[in-house]
Design a protein around this ligand. Sequence first.
Ligand SMILES: Cc1cc2nc3c(=O)[nH]c(=O)nc-3n(C[C@H](O)[C@H](O)[C@H](O)COP(=O)(O)OP(=O)(O)OC[C@H]3O[C@@H](n4cnc5c(N)ncnc54)[C@H](O)[C@@H]3O)c2cc1C
Length: 400
Amino acid sequence: MFDELSPHARGLRDRLEAFMREHIYPNERALLAPPAEAEKWAPRPLAVALTEKARTQGLWNLFYNHGPEGQGLTNWEYSQLCEVLGRSLAAPEIFNCNAPDVGNMELLAAYGTETQKERWLKPLLAGEIRSCFAMTEPKVASSDATNIETQIRRDGDHYVVNGRKWWVTGAPSQRCKVAIVMGKSDPAAAKHLQQSMILVPMDSPGVTVERPLSVYGYEHAPLGHGEVVFDNVRVPAENMLLGEGRGFEIAQGRLGPGRIHHCMRFIGLAERALEIMCARARERVAFGSTLAEMGAVRQAIGQSRCDIEQARLVTLRAAWTMDKVGNKAARNEIAVAKIVVPTIAGAVIDRAIQVHGGAGLSQDFFLAEAFAETRFLRIGDGPDEVHREALARAELARQH
Ligand SMILES: Cc1cc2nc3c(=O)[nH]c(=O)nc-3n(C[C@H](O)[C@H](O)[C@H](O)COP(=O)(O)OP(=O)(O)OC[C@H]3O[C@@H](n4cnc5c(N)ncnc54)[C@H](O)[C@@H]3O)c2cc1C
C-alpha cells in the first residue's frame, strides 16, 4: 500500500530532522517553560527567531497543498514529516504547522472568498498573525454541535454575534487576530442547517477573552485556551463563510486533516518517549541491576514498540485513504486513527514516566506535558465515544 517518499518529501524530512536536532531539542525547555506573567501571551523572542529561521530555510507551511505558499505534499507524505516535528511540543508553531491555525488555513483555502483569503489567509500563511476556532460552549454538550447556542443574527449589511465560548485554543495570544465562530443563524431551519461559521476580528468591540483555561495546570502560553464572550459583536455580512446554514458542512471538511496531524505528532512523541525510556532503563540501577534487566520494564518496552507500530499503521492508512478517495470517504479510517492513537501514545508516555520515577513527572522531562496533551485529545476534536458511535453506525450499515 505504501510507496517510497518522493525525493522532495524525503529532502524536507531530512532537513526537518536536522533543524530539530540543531534548534528545537536544545531550546525545548526554554520554549516550553511558562513565561513571566506580564509577557505570558506575547510572542517569545526565541520562538520568533527560530520561526524566521525555519521560514527562510523553506521548512514552512509543510501541511499546505493549496498553493505555492506550501510544499505540495500529500497527506501521506506530510504525515511522515508531522511525526518528525511532533517529537517536540515546541516544534509545530516554529514551522507554522500548529493547531488550530492549520485547520483554519485549510478552511479559508477551501471555503474563503478572495477577499477573506487576502485579509486572513495570507497573513496566516506568512506567520504574521494567529487565529482561533470558537465552537465549544460551557453551557451545552458541545460534542453534539447541534446544541451550539451562540446567535449569529443578520442585521442589514452586518451580522450580530452573541454567545459564550470556551476552550478556544489560541484566543489568549496577543497575536490572535481572528476567530472563526460557529453559531445559529436560523434556529427554525432543519437541524443541520441551523449553524453558520463567521469570521470575527478579535479586536471587534464586544469580544472579550475572559480567562485562560489550563490542561492539568498547563496553560500552553503564549497560545493558550480561552473562555471568550461575544457581546453584540457586529461584523460585515461578507465575513460569513460559505453561506448561512453551512456550518456543519464546513466543520466536516475542517477536521479530517487536523486529526491525522495530531495522530502523527503523537507517534513522534511516543517514539521519543520510548527512546528516553530505553536510555533511562539502561543507565539506572536499582536492587543490583539496571532497570533494563528487569522483566516488568522489558515488557513495557516491548509493548510500547508493538503499540507504536500499530498506531503508525492506522494513521498512515488514514492519510493514504484521504489522498486516494478524499477526506469525506476516508472518514472511518480517520475516526479509527483519532480514537486509537492518543490512547496508545498516552500509554507509551505513561510507561516512560513510570520508568523515570519521580523525574518523569517533573518539568525536567517532556513526558508529563506530553501525557497531558494525549489525554486532552481523547476529548478535543470530539470525544472518542462520538467517533466510536459513528464507526458503529457505519459498521452496522456495512454488515446489514
Ligand atoms: C485542550 C483543549 C483544546 C480545545 N480546543 C478547542 C478549540 O480550539 N475550539 C473549540 O471549539 N473547542 C475546543 N475544545 C473543546 C472540545 O472540542 C470539546 O471539549 C469536546 O468537543 C467535547 O465537548 P464538551 O466539552 O462540551 O463535552 P460534552 O459534550 O459535555 O461531553 C462530555 C462527555 O460525554 C460523553 N459523550 C458525549 N457524547 C457521547 C456519545 N455519543 N456516546 C457516549 N458518550 C458520549 C463523553 O465521555 C464526553 O467526554 C478543546 C478542548 C480541550 C480540552
